[in-house]
Design a protein. Structure first.
Length: 440
């Protein structure tokens, strides 16, 4: 009877998730609801699908977890119709943002300054943290040691702020300049070839910056950003592009894992990728419901970041607590919890309900931000969508509403409005000069 109930809950959860996705594709509304589509697909792929493989650990996920997934899925189902209701009262813009002469001037300034900031951050990080040279030739076989040291730098607290310039800004720039280039191509602009060269240069620099510390996460985000931007501007999901992305991603990951652990087989990398995408997050969620509060008291916020030590508690890692229950007492590691499950281990079901409310706000806010003709706002909505995927991988404070990320967004918007003000103040003067020269 219990298995029947679990099967019904699981089936209904998938139905609640898949139905809006089918409607979006059928009505050709991907451009309008890409934020919702990506978040829904992220939950379905990263959390729901792999739950059926939990019996590998010779355990059966608790009924509470299936009820939790049913609640989240139902929330997504309702959210689709909430967005539909909002859209009916919202003046929805054209498929692609319109870019004026002034915005091109702003875009060039933003690209130059931000790219310079990223390069400067890399140089400064190399000077302060002194990572070993990535391509150092060592006759004594110390390659693995050099790789390990360089990878470990990413985990240090000092690197966290450098990551904004080395990883995050290039990610945003890739989205920003890709959108301009695709727009120019659609408009059959005379400047398309020039912007295509700019884009190739910026994306090349971004790729080098993203891969220099051998962190697979950031190069995958960069590739996903290119794919997502292309699909959004085309307003259609291209199976050809998805297939190309998956093949490229596989070989990039294969190369990186070969650097990490040496010679590996195709079967090994395939199993590792499958586990990282489909299994690790639902397994960690299952363990969370299994051991809290049965074996451990709820953490009551102590697993959340204690920013600048403002509160009187020592941060506890829920991911480290869960790791042994999945992988045994072999080595040291962490099994990251999705944001809503991290809320559960802290406050139980109340944490999940609050987390769903926060998720609603973030998705609606980002969707409204995407319903714009403004190039910068639209680029930011795609960038934030990339961060919303982290809801189903890590806690809120570690990805989606991370303090350093909020700081970066504030800086980007401040810089954008400063550039807009300067360009706007100069445009009338330029027009006046052009008019006078034309009369002469």
């Amino acid at each position: 009877m219990e298995l029947l109930f679990i099967g019904i809950c699981y089936s209904i959860s998938i139905l609640f998730l898949v139905t809006p996705l089918i409607l979006i594709i059928k009505n050709n509304n991907f451009r309008k609801y890409f934020v919702y589509f990506i978040c829904n697909t992220g939950f379905l792929t990263l959390n729901v699908v792999g739950l059926v493989s939990f019996n590998i650990l010779k355990r059966q996920p608790s009924i509470e977890l299936y009820l939790c997934y049913l609640l989240i899925s139902f929330s997504f189902f309702i959210l689709y119709y909430v967005l539909e209701a909002v859209r009916n009262k919202y003046t929805y813009p054209a498929i692609a943002p319109k870019i004026g002469i002034g915005e091109f001037s702003i875009a060039k300034t933003i690209i130059i300054v931000l790219l310079g900031t990223s390069i400067f951050s890399t140089i400064l990080c190399s000077y302060i943290l002194s990572p070993p040279l990535l391509f150092r030739f060592d006759l004594y076989g110390n390659w693995s040691s050099l790789v390990s040291k360089r990878i470990d730098i990413v985990l240090t607290s000092k690197f966290h702020w450098f990551a904004l310039g080395i990883f995050e800004i290039p990610l945003f720039l890739t989205i920003f300049i890709s959108m301009i280039t695709i727009y120019q191509q659609k408009q059959k602009s005379m400047d398309y070839k020039i912007w295509r060269k700019y884009a190739l240069f910026v994306i090349s620099i971004s790729t080098i910056l993203s891969i220099q510390y051998l962190n697979k996460q950031y190069i995958m985000y960069l590739m996903a950003a290119l794919l997502l931007t292309s699909i959004i501007m085309a307003n259609t999901i291209s199976l050809k592009k998805l297939l190309l992305f998956m093949i490229t991603a596989f070989f990039v990951l294969y190369a990186l894992y070969s650097v990490y652990v040496g010679s590996i087989s195709i079967m090994y990398i395939s199993g590792t990728i499958f586990h990282r995408i489909f299994e690790v997050y639902p397994w960690a969620s299952s363990i969370a419901f299994e051991i809290f509060p049965k074996n451990h008291f709820f953490l009551y916020g102590t697993s959340f970041i204690n920013l600048f030590g403002l509160f009187d508690y020592q941060q506890v890692s829920a991911a480290n607590m869960i790791y042994p229950y999945i992988y045994g007492n072999v080595g040291f590691g962490s099994a990251p919890l999705p944001a809503l499950m991290e809320n559960y281990v802290n406050w139980g079901w109340f944490g999940i309900v609050v987390g769903i409310a926060v998720m609603y706000f973030l998705i609606v806010f980002t969707t409204l931000l995407s319903w714009t003709k403004n190039l910068f706002h639209f680029s930011m909505s795609i960038y934030l969508t990339m961060k919303l995927i982290l809801l189903w991988q890590v806690p809120f404070w570690f990805g989606t509403i991370e303090p350093t990320l909020l700081f970066l967004i504030l800086c980007l918007y401040s810089f954008y409005y400063i550039c807009s003000y300067i360009v706007a103040s100069r445009l009338p003067q330029k027009r006046h000069i052009n008019l006078q020269s034309h009369k002469k």
